[in-house]
Design a protein around this ligand. Structure first.
Ligand SMILES: Cc1cc2nc3c(=O)[nH]c(=O)nc-3n(C[C@H](O)[C@H](O)[C@H](O)COP(=O)(O)OP(=O)(O)OC[C@H]3O[C@@H](n4cnc5c(N)ncnc54)[C@H](O)[C@@H]3O)c2cc1C
Length: 546
């Protein structure tokens, strides 16, 4: 930086910095952060495990992978040129198109020259003497930087089920988030999919089209709703382009940065007929409307939630011919919208196909994976391919996989053993000069909108450090306590916080993630931004700056 030349470490502690900032991860967050820090004139390096850019859209190549956010609400908004030149071809872009988009962004802004691929960060240790982070890669190479920016993803650490025999299987097996770059063919094959979350649903509806036989192992059914995807032709894209200012303005105003705005009415403020008509309209509408654009009380009022849950259950019963199978697909342990709603395209109809079988592993648990397939308590199923759609160690998982240590060698994992503690979801006391993008306790929702905000806030803080010759930024204990308490308080009364899910920090496949924590900020995105703006405008009063 300018800061690296002007802001020398305290006397007697000099040790050259390799970079002013290291960003870990080259997904949407890391790419944009690189772009912004370069504008400040910093020497920046991005370290990325994969062989290409794109993060989520680089790794998740499974069949059927696509957005649940409208494509035009998901892309970056910061560059008019980019908006002008990029055409989305579907309302919900499929993964290959999104990956092309992110590669286009990397090329357009010449980002690759500062990105180092095949570079998994295994440890990052803060050294008080140098006010710098020492970062080590898997291959042993080491770098020193002033600022460490984690752009490591909230859904980027895949988890395998805790099952015996996984390694003994003789056929092909894949985790959806580690899908091979070569196509996988299912014709005539006996295929198993384990898991029915958002990824499982997308995979199942695609694989069912060609598999010889598809067996789905389900532990927890989810409330799915129709995606209603469609192609975007040149005329419609021109209209979307003209609407971009409105689209992004709306995303800034809504609770979770989606295009959908909640109905200001309560569920019981309308007649049963009106209510049914609203639900029907939302069920027929594109995207997350039924979740994010529904009556304002469906996610906080048990009775309201029961009404929408009953509506969706009726839809499932109508769409699935076998009533026994339909009942298995209807969630009984949580209400509609209290876990992430998978969006689907003829998902429920898959269960009417003769080449598809549903196995409820609550009734007949999986005992082990065998060389030939999967053994449950009542049968041995033979497979050629097993697909693990078993999700992620969400939000904190990617942090746990790095040996991150702050002042006096304190491990982040230990500091967070009872749940994350953060200041604005960006900084952690005891871990100076580390800033998290999309870390715990930040607003999520339609994530790129939150990413752009998060990156701009972090960039503002780094600019502040540069302009004021600061070499050390740390959250105060009061700042962390008050933000963490605020985040916990916001979660009170939300039905989603009474349910086990990745949003409440639960992952049955991960040691130590069996107790609910508050890992995400559940207030509105505008309220989150207001708090962060206020902190910046006030000169960061809850940070120790030096
Ligand atoms: C299947 C799927 C579908 C999704 N659909 C939507 C959607 O429709 N709408 C929406 O808003 N969000 C969606 N998301 C969430 C999605 O993760 C975000 O939208 C966004 O892509 C996150 O970008 P990111 O850069 O923060 O993280 P990521 O894209 O996860 O990128 C993190 C990067 O960090 C790298 N990394 C991690 N640890 C290390 C390490 N130790 N060393 C080096 N590199 C490391 C990873 O390899 C990865 O490339 C979806 C997620 C998944 C998994």
């Amino acid at each position: 930086m300018a800061a690296s030349q002007d802001n020398q470490p305290p006397a007697g502690t000099a040790s050259a910095l390799d970079y002013d900032a290291i960003i870990i991860g080259a997904g949407m967050s890391g790419l944009y952060q690189l772009y912004r820090l370069r504008e400040l004139g910093l020497r920046v390096r991005v370290l990325e495990t994969g062989t290409g850019v794109g993060g989520t859209w680089y790794w998740n190549r499974y069949p059927g992978a696509r957005f649940d956010s409208e494509s035009y609400s998901y892309g970056y908004s910061f560059s008019q040129e980019l908006l002008d030149e990029w055409d989305w071809t579907e309302h919900f872009s499929p993964q290959p198109e999104t990956l092309r988009y992110l590669n286009h962004v990397a090329d357009k802004f010449d980002l690759r020259r500062d990105i180092q691929f095949k570079s998994r960060v295994t440890s990052a240790h803060y050294q008080e003497a140098t006010r710098a982070w020492d970062v080590t890669l898997e291959d042993g190479s080491r770098y020193r930087c002033r600022f460490l920016i984690t752009a490591i993803g909230l859904l980027s650490a895949p988890t395998m089920p805790r099952m015996a025999g996984v390694d003994t299987f003789k056929g092909q097996s894949f985790h959806t988030a580690r899908w091979p770059h070569e196509p996988v063919r299912f014709e005539g094959k006996r295929v198993a999919v384990i898991g029915t979350g958002a990824t499982g649903v997308q995979t199942i509806q695609e694989v069912a089209k060609t598999a010889g036989h598809l067996t789905i192992f389900q532990r927890t059914p989810n409330w799915c709703a129709p995606l209603h995807n469609g192609k975007i032709d040149a005329r419609e894209m021109a209209k979307i382009r003209a609407d971009y200012p409105d689209i992004f303005k709306r995303c800034q105003e809504t609770f979770a940065c989606f295009l959908h705005t909640p109905d200001p009415r309560g569920t019981f403020e309308v007649t049963p007929e009106e209510r049914e008509a609203v639900f029907e309209r939302l069920y027929a509408d594109r995207g997350f409307g039924i979740w994010q654009g529904n009556f304002r009380d469906i996610l906080v009022d048990r009775k309201a939630n029961a009404v929408i849950s009953d509506f969706v259950a009726r839809k499932i019963r109508q769409r699935v011919k076998d009533p026994v199978v339909a009942e298995k697909l209807i969630p009984k342990n949580h209400g509609f919208g209290t876990r992430r709603v998978p969006l689907e395209t003829r998902y429920y109809e898959v269960y009417n196909q003769p080449n598809v079988t549903l196995v409820d592993i609550n009734e007949t648990p999986i005992e082990r994976v065998t060389p030939d397939g999967i053994k449950t308590s009542d049968a041995e199923h033979a497979f050629d391919i097993i697909i693990y759609a078993t999700g992620f160690d969400a939000i904190t998982g990617a942090y746990d996989r790095i040996d991150l240590r702050g002042i006096d060698g304190q491990r982040l994992k230990d500091a967070w053993k009872d749940g994350p503690q953060t200041y604005l979801g960006v900084l952690v006391e005891g871990f100076p000069n580390m800033m998290m993008l999309m870390g715990p306790h930040t607003a999520l929702g339609n994530i790129p909108r939150s990413i752009e905000y998060n990156v701009e806030w972090v960039t503002g803080l780094v600019r502040h450090a540069r302009d004021n010759n600061l070499t050390r930024l740390e959250a105060t204990p009061q700042g962390v306590a008050s933000w963490t308490d605020h985040v916990r308080a916001l979660g009170m009364g939300l039905l989603s916080n009474e349910v086990d899910s990745w949003m409440t920090g639960i992952n049955k496949n991960v040691e130590g993630k069996q107790v609910r924590t508050v890992a995400r900020y559940s207030g509105s995105a505008p309220a989150y931004r207001a708090r962060c703006d206020e902190a910046a405008a006030g000169g960061y009063p809850e940070l120790r700056l030096g």
